[in-house]
Design a protein around this ligand. Structure first.
Ligand code: DC
Length: 226
């Protein structure tokens, strides 16, 4: 069957990556977590004390960064490598979450990431999630999904996930971080988070992961038939 590009955008922590991974598995597609790229760049900037308000420093730093995704042999999920180091786990820390929206708002950072993402989509057969995938990265994608869920549900989900790794994290910290990221992501100048005009909304506040997957697969079937 002809392979397509599937984009999944939406607010922070509304299950984009869960759906994207499920769809990729079901279809034999590659899943790309575009947020991981912004997180890995943020990790590099923090480690190297890059002043990201300084354009020249950002340009020089980006030249030193290579990002690649490699499948984990055990989990079969793709993991991100920053200059050949697996940073998949490190980039999920709250320290990164607190700075990533600021870094992702920088024009040169976005140009760098978007160009890498577009290369990954050349052969089609991918599901990519993020904030601007259906609007900027793949405006011609055959299936675009925009995900949303109530903020209380999103906070609860992200808190559970973070608490498992760090029991010192508080629900207030998680809530403040989500609200701050949503605000910066949707108000920045360069490709802010927006629903593409032709994206289909999935609100998963009250539906199960299975229902969400079935709904998305039905959308795909309709597109392929139509
Ligand atoms: O999906 P995530 O929460 O891991 O993304 C981390 C941050 O990266 C998010 O706050 C916004 C930014 N991001 C972006 O600006 N554009 C994307 N395509 C993906 C993520």
């Amino acid at each position: 069957m002809k392979k397509i590009v599937i984009t999944i955008d939406g607010w922070s922590s509304c299950g984009k990556s869960t759906l994207a991974k499920q769809m990729a598995k079901e279809l034999g597609y590659i899943y790309i977590d575009s947020g991981a790229m912004y997180r890995a760049i943020t990790l590099y900037f923090l480690r190297h004390h890059i002043d990201w308000t300084d354009k020249a420093e950002v340009t020089a730093a980006l030249k030193e960064i290579t990002l690649e995704f490699h499948p984990n042999q055990k989990s079969r999920q793709s993991e991100i490598f920053l200059n050949e180091e697996n940073v998949e786990y490190l980039i999920r820390d709250l320290v990164i979450a607190e700075k990533v929206s600021e870094v992702a708002a920088i024009k040169d950072v976005r140009t760098f990431a978007v160009s890498a993402q577009q290369k990954m989509g050349k052969k089609k057969g991918i599901v990519m999630d993020g904030r601007d995938i259906g609007t900027t990265v793949f405006p011609d994608a055959a299936l675009k999904i925009f995900m949303t869920a109530d903020i209380a549900v999103r906070v609860e989900r992200r808190f559970k996930e973070m608490y498992e790794k760090n029991p010192n994290v508080t629900i207030e910290e998680v809530k403040n971080n989500l609200e701050m990221r949503d605000y910066i992501d949707s108000n920045r100048e360069v490709s802010p988070l927006r629903k593409a005009a032709d994206a289909i909304i999935i609100d998963n506040t009250n539906i199960s992961m299975e229902q969400q997957l079935n709904y998305a697969l039905d959308l795909l079937k309709k597109i392929k038939q139509g």
